[in-house]
Design a binder for this molecule. Structure first.
Ligand code: 4AD
Ligand code: MG
Length: 461
């Protein structure tokens, strides 16, 4: 069978030929002796019109088809006499794969995103979600293309790991122990000796530490896969399970890192502009009418740069009363991040050199001994979409920092080895895939860019 997008984009190639198209019924109209079906297969927004008549041996079943039924139509592509579409399929036979009943939850009207979340298994058949997930596919491909074309090596870092990269204690534990009967040592600690892994194992919060080991062998690497955080997912931009792309580059500093992030994001957006124009038109029409203009501005202008200390001053001088009071040393909240990118810079902006107290142990300490060589990319509408840093490559400084943060040397012996044998200045970052897709589509809730409601926290119960 042939995908509907292919038929509609090159009808002259198929006209007059017999072909088969498979898909789901959007609408059926029947007129006693003939009828029309709008058929969609998810390859594009457009449906193809199918004309059928009572020469079909299953004419009465076909006439009674419900919205959402799956069918395979075989017939000839002919010019259509209707004005709405230039071509249609004149059906010789229609195989009904699976009928659909009148209680099909997707009616021919606009449903709210909140309602559609309750039928997450059916929403990919709507125009909005069809577009979101085609864009998600394009973005993922663009990410691989960007890095592979630049000679990066794609590394599959582990999903189950003993380490907590971010040190934020937001891990989901993985265990074979009976949770109702967890063995304890004499000192009251959990006894992992009979557990599958014999020590605490977690779902990864970030592949960074493993990516660093590979960067010390392949120079430029990236990992791209699912990550998990047991943090409050009850917001419009946090999910318990999300995807992250994490490049790690050796012989590189923070500026190289920011340049890489800016090039990558521009490449992704250009790729979507070129490869998903219909989807972007749709989002521009139904979700955010400034979207396309905004995306074009992003790829054609330079991102902003500001240090954390400067950003705090700008926020203080803004005259705005934020819910969370602005003070040097605080972590930026979404309201601050959005104000900086939406109101002050009006474009993506890198905030650099955060206080060391609010950042992870691996970030390189600056000469002031107060801040670290961190970079977050903040964008209008979403806030932080990238978090990254130059890494601490000096063994003595790293050891001191780990001690300050009560991290055990023996848990990180292999990580420290990278600083003992052929260490390099190196840097990297993580881009949250879902937040990137929100940014490119204009969708405002992370739940509407992930395939299913599972693993997104309480709000969906
Ligand atoms: O800023 P984060 O925590 O950085 C790291 O994990 C680093 N180890 C990355 C690195 O340097 N290799 O997370 C990176 C990005 C965030 O900017 C955000 O886009 C996304 O991951 N992110 C989330 N997305 C959805 N739901 C969550 N709960 C997220 N937590 C982080
Ligand atoms: Mg971050």
């Amino acid at each position: 069978h042939i995908r509907i997008k292919n038929i509609l984009s090159e009808p002259a190639v198929y006209a007059g030929n017999k072909l088969t198209a498979c898909g789901w019924v959007k609408t059926v109209r029947d007129n006693k002796t003939f009828g029309f079906i709008e058929l969609n297969d998810g390859s594009c927004f457009k449906s193809i019109q199918v004309v059928f008549d009572d020469s079909l041996n299953n004419f009465s079943e076909v006439s009674k088809l419900g919205v959402g039924a799956s069918i395979a139509v075989t017939g000839v592509l002919v010019e259509s006499s209707g004005s709405k579409q230039p071509y249609e399929i004149k059906a010789d036979s229609i195989e009904i794969c699976c009928a659909s009943t009148t209680d099909y939850p997707l009616q021919k009207k606009r449903h709210t995103n909140e309602y559609l979340r309750t039928i997450a298994h059916l929403r990919p058949r709507t125009n909005t979600f069809s577009a979101v997930f085609r864009v998600r596919s394009h973005v993922s491909y663009a990410i691989h293309k960007f890095f592979i074309d630049r000679g990066f090596v794609y590394v599959h870092t582990p999903i189950i790991t003993a380490s907590d990269c971010e040190g934020a204690g937001e891990m989901f534990q993985v265990t074979t122990m009976d949770l109702k009967n967890i063995p304890k040592n004499a000192d009251g600690q959990v006894d992992f000796s009979n557990d599958f892994f014999t020590k605490q194992a977690n779902l990864t919060v970030s592949g960074q530490l493993s990516a660093e080991t590979f960067a010390h062998a392949f120079t430029d690497v990236y990992t791209f896969g699912p990550t998990f955080r047991a943090e409050n997912s009850n917001t419009a931009r946090h999910a318990a399970e999300f995807w992250m792309v994490e490049p790690e580059i050796a012989f590189a500093e923070l500026d190289d890192n920011m340049k890489l992030a800016e090039d990558m994001l521009k490449f992704i957006i250009n790729y979507v502009i070129e490869n998903a124009p219909d989807e972007l038109d749709f989002f521009n029409k139904f979700i955010d009418d400034t979207l396309i203009e905004r995306l074009q501005n992003i790829v054609s202008s330079d991102f902003g740069h500001v240090t954390y200390t400067e950003a705090i001053e700008l926020l203080k001088n803004s005259g705005v009363k934020f819910d969370y009071p602005v003070k040097w040393g605080m972590d930026l909240q979404t309201e601050h991040e959005r104000y900086i990118s939406e109101k002050i810079f009006k474009k993506p902006v890198f905030v650099t050199d955060y206080p060391k107290e609010i950042k992870a142990f691996y970030m390189r300490i600056n000469d002031d001994n107060k801040t670290v060589a961190a970079m977050d990319l903040l964008v209008p509408g979403v806030g932080e979409i990238i978090g990254g840093s130059q890494r601490e490559e000096r063994l003595d400084v790293l050891l001191r920092r780990m001690k300050e943060m009560n991290l055990k040397e023996e848990d990180y012996w292999w990580y420290l080895d990278l600083r003992r044998y052929g260490g390099t200045k190196h840097a990297g970052f993580g881009l949250g895939l879902e937040r990137c897709i929100m940014y490119i589509t204009g969708m405002t809730n992370i739940r509407d860019v992930i395939p299913e409601k599972t693993y997104t926290g309480k709000i969906l119960d």
